[in-house]
Design a protein around this ligand. Sequence first.
Ligand code: KG4
Ligand code: ZN
Length: 365
Amino acid sequence: MTETLTMLGLESSCDDTAAAVVRHTVGQRGEILSSVALGQSDLHSEFGGIVPEIAARAHAEKLDIAVEQALMQAEIGLSKLDGVAVTAGPGLIGGVLSGVMCAKGIAAGAGLPLIGVNHLAGHALTPRLTDGFEFPYLMLLVSGGHCQFLIVKGADDFTRLGSTIDDAPGEAFDKVARMLGLPQPGGPAVEAEAKAGVPGRFKFPRPLLDRPGCDMSFSGLKTAILRERNKLVEQHGGLRRTDRADLCAGFQAAVVDVFAHKTRVALQAYLALSPSRPALAVAGGVAANLAIRTALETVSAELDIQFSAPPMALCTDNGAMIAWAGIERFRAGLIDDLSLGARPRWPLDMLSPSGLGSGKKGAKA
Ligand code: KG4
Ligand code: ZN
């Protein structure tokens, strides 16, 4: 086995053009030598959401720059790399294609192995990069397009225990932000507003908590916020600052309760299968939310379970997680060739039946 691997990782499946260089020596923790993310929020802001064609064009323009910056920051040339990893799906197909074409060009030009990475695997394997987690562990993957409990058993071995049956939580944060006149991406904006709000002022639903299993739902909650907003607007002729903050706090508190409860249920199912590896990790853009991180940390502490949440920069989309997943796949012998395709849909768990809503909605579905 190659003792030390240095991998370039490219990510362009949504609205971040990212490149990173990660190095790993067997028996040691992975090291992020550089991580560059060029966002595109400014290009999409006037449309209230991500416009796929604009995203694809911006990725095509920015990928070279991101790669150049990542190599420069890592102080490394292409000849010192052991491979190029790239998000090959799931995601907005134009962006994924831009990344795959760029990676193929680099791999062919520099004579490097090419590794296609599932974007979700990038998120799901992050605790191995940041905290040296061993397989298996339970992962709550929460992002703009996805929400699932996974048992992570290997670089390419995932079992889904449950998922959202409608909206992804990031999507719900984004929609709530939009209905309250807050900027996109909605997650950080709603979280900031919620800090000043009273979570208990409105009685919002906690969907599916009365049902067994660890499937989740966020669509009804979002509708409840809309209804309450409309009532307030009717009563006062608009939303007052406190109303907006209380709505955000109430929404976030409901999401936190759903995650805390369903994580307990998922942990029970996971621990029944893997009693000797009590470990939980959260990943994806929504994992940047402090209230959610804290709630999951508390559940883990109650049950004496090892817990990992990525550093903020590795919650949202980034190149380091793709480079790392590339290293994991390389070590598992999962190397691609120039026939690598771009896939708009690519479930991590191919065997479980697809969730009702998971992975079917949102920009990152
Ligand atoms: O993982 P990510 O960067 O892209 C996808 O793969 O979807 O996640 C983006 C999502 C957005 O919906 C964004 O609103 C949400 O993550 N997000 C947050 C926070 N920061 C980002 N949601 C809640 N609280 C946050 N602090
Ligand atoms: Zn993501």
